[in-house]
Design a protein around this ligand. Structure first.
Ligand code: PAF
Length: 284
């Protein structure tokens, strides 16, 4: 079977309608392209669990702030199609902005509370843009299963909650973070890093691991754990942290005491590049 690339909503619906009529399982991997090994692991899992695998590639303007990297976001479409073909994807849905936003968008999906911390305050409107486009992609492709990486942990929680709150008939499948050998989380934005910045970028995972060890060795006070992590940041003067926070695993709210499983999440600026990462931690 060969990979088919479609651009318009009527075309993707035309492709998927007969598949759905046969009650075959449709898996969707929503992406913004610039596919890396993390995306590949989502596609691989979808291939194992579904009859038909759809990858969407769409750099969604609605989730970028006015001063963010929408225009310079990488768009290596030929390379992405080769990755999709290698991993046995059936359909690539690659719409243009005009296909998705035919009229000005006046209706939005917003998951309140879950956007109040971590990246929310630093990227106003971002998660509304994500939730809105993901809901549109779900309504366009009607997948049985949809795959999201834990690297964007807050995004994953928000989409899960939207599915639960709005009774969407899709199963969300979370997938673990894929890392470079030195621990840096795979991200399409890693290509922005200048050669001199690449080594400094690992300070984020080093700070998160330090926090995790502190929790595992019995520390229950978030402030004490955060202080240890901040010390790691201070060793890389060129890196500017946005936040490092310890949150519950469901609603991503900062905890006042660490009594069970938590997520430690952080965001840093390395030069002009903003990177995020997170790890799970439990008191032993
Ligand atoms: O994680 C991403 O690549 C994007 O936020 C998503 C989920 C494809 C929505 O545009």
């Amino acid at each position: 079977v060969t990979l088919l690339k479609v651009q318009t909503i009527p075309d993707i619906r035309r492709q998927l309608d007969p598949i759905r009529a046969e009650r075959r399982v449709i898996g969707l991997v929503p992406t913004m392209g610039a596919l890396h090994a993390g995306h590949a692991s989502l596609i691989k899992r979808a291939r194992e669990e579904c009859d038909t695998v759809v990858v969407s590639i769409f750099v969604n303007p609605l989730q970028f702030g006015p001063d963010e990297d929408y225009l310079r976001y990488p768009r290596p479409i030929e390379k992405d199609l080769a990755v999709c073909s290698d991993y046995g994807v059936d359909l690539v849905f690659a719409p243009e902005v005009g296909d998705i936003y035919t009229v000005p968008q006046l209706t939005f999906a917003e998951v309140t509370r879950l956007d109040a911390h971590l990246c929310g305050p630093f990227r106003p409107g971002h998660f509304r843009g994500v939730a809105t486009v993901v809901l549109k992609l779900f309504n366009i492709t009607c997948p049985d299963r949809a795959y999201f990486g834990e690297k964007d942990y807050q995004q994953l929680c928000i989409i899960r909650r939207m599915v639960e709150d709005l009774n969407l008939a899709v199963t969300i499948v979370p997938m673990p973070i894929f890392r470079e050998p030195d621990g840096l989380a795979m991200s399409s934005r890693n290509v922005y890093l200048q050669p001199g910045e690449r080594a400094s970028a690992t300070v984020l995972i080093r700070a998160l691991e330090t926090a995790r060890k502190s929790i595992q060795s019995g520390e229950r006070k978030p402030d004490v754990v955060k202080e240890a992590a901040k010390h790691v940041f201070s060793t890389e003067g060129s890196v500017r942290p946005d936040y490092l926070e310890i949150v519950d695993t469901r609603e991503v709210q900062p905890v006042s005491e660490i009594t069970g499983a938590v997520r430690i999440a952080g965001a840093v600026w390395v030069g002009r590049t903003r990177l995020i990462d997170n790890v799970e931690a439990s008191p032993s």
